[in-house]
Design a protein around this ligand. Structure first.
Ligand SMILES: Cc1ncc(COP(=O)(O)O)c(C=O)c1O
Length: 348
């Protein structure tokens, strides 16, 4: 990756930087879109997309209630675009369906409501994959109503690898897609927003306005090009390792809140008497420390089999300690309570 970065051009991306332009052209090509824009973060990419699609309030953006654009982008949809969010809970507990969206979307001209202009999906969402037939059904219907489709595809690479579906096919149903280079792919910085030439031209203007027009981006773009070529294919092994971790957790009696469809597992160790805070502390104290933030385990191209085995051994040992102290393991199939994304915070 360093070698790629060292060979990059050194232009100024506000005026069009050659290595960055080459990366943008490549990402546009593999996603089947006319143009791409390199941006500093996934958050900026999503927010630029919404800002570019949305012209004149009042309006709303419909998304899954767990969507990154709603929960983890600091209220950007309201701040940057003056839009309200329509949050929908999947009736199947996994992914949004056309029926869920038809139930909640605002299409009429009742002046009490903010009409939905954009339906935004996220794939993967919490590491889970939306079936492509459902995406196509949603897109066909939303487009038939004259509305736009955006995909937060920060982790779409995982879907492509796991399902063997070309990126273009996954992106075809959307007017715009945001793809992160700095997560599963392991590039140091950056995301790409893709869409039509006209859309990306407008988004490039907003990128400058948002303060995201960077200068010597080539070393980042070249690193991303390396990641696309060399790291992308490794995701298949990451997914296999995640499933191995999930199997090990189940065997110990840890409840799985959301299974390893790609690189993430949400888990609840209370079934073996362990809470997140003590697990975080014990994992951090291992000879080779493992950093855990809470209920979400994310594996990546640098996660070793050894790290997975160390974590499983630790949990096995903790389960034994709890049993010896009188804890009776609880039913792993019982209904978990609350949000699946739990941060391990020490009580104040
Ligand atoms: C699905 C999804 N979208 C968007 C983002 C935002 O990316 P960034 O952290 O680069 O702003 C993330 C970050 O984890 C994400 O998981």
């Amino acid at each position: 990756m360093y070698a790629y970065a060292a060979l990059a051009s050194l232009g100024d991306d506000v005026y069009g930087e050659p290595s960055t332009a080459a990366l943008e052209a490549h990402v546009a090509k593999i996603t089947g879109k006319e143009a791409a824009l390199f941006v500093p973060s996934g958050t900026m990419s999503n927010q630029l997309a919404l800002r570019t699609h949305l012209k004149q309030p009042p309006y709303s953006v419909l998304c899954d209630h767990r969507a990154h654009i709603h929960k983890y982008e600091a209220g950007g949809t309201a701040f940057h675009s003056g839009a309200t969010s329509i949050l929908v809970t999947p009736s199947n507990g996994h992914h949004l369906t056309l029926a869920d969206i038809q139930e909640e979307i605002i299409l009429d001209d009742n002046i009490h409501f903010a009409p939905t202009e954009v339906v935004a999906l996220e794939n993967t969402l919490n590491g889970t994959i939306i079936p492509q037939e459902e995406v196509i059904a949603i897109s066909d219907w939303v487009h038939s109503k004259g509305k736009k489709m955006h995909l937060d595809g920060a982790r779409i690479w995982h879907v492509a690898i796991e399902t063997g579906t070309p990126l273009k096919e996954l992106c075809d149903p959307f007017d715009s897609v945001s793809l992160c280079l700095s997560k599963g792919l392991g590039a140091p910085v950056g995301s790409c927003l893709v869409g039509t030439t006209e859309f990306i031209k407008k988004a490039r203007g907003f990128r400058k306005l948002f303060g995201g027009g960077m200068r010597q981006t080539s070393i980042l773009a070249a690193s991303a090009a390396y990641a696309l070529t060399h790291n992308f294919p490794k995701l298949i092994d990451v997914h296999a390792l995640s499933r191995k971790l999930e199997d090990g957790l189940k065997e110990i009696g840890v409840r799985i809140l959301s299974p390893a469809e790609t690189c993430m597992i949400f888990f609840d160790p209370s079934t073996i008497g362990v809470d997140y805070v003590e697990l975080v502390e014990r994992a951090d104290a291992l000879p080779k420390p493992i950093k855990i933030g809470g209920s979400r385990l994310v594996l990546h191209i640098q996660t070793s089999t050894e790290a997975v085995e160390d974590l499983l051994s630790l949990l096995r040992q903790m389960a034994e300690e709890k049993k010896a102290a009188g804890f009776v393991p609880t039913d792993v199939n019982g209904k978990p309570s609350g949000n699946i994304y739990v941060r391990a915070k020490k009580p104040q």
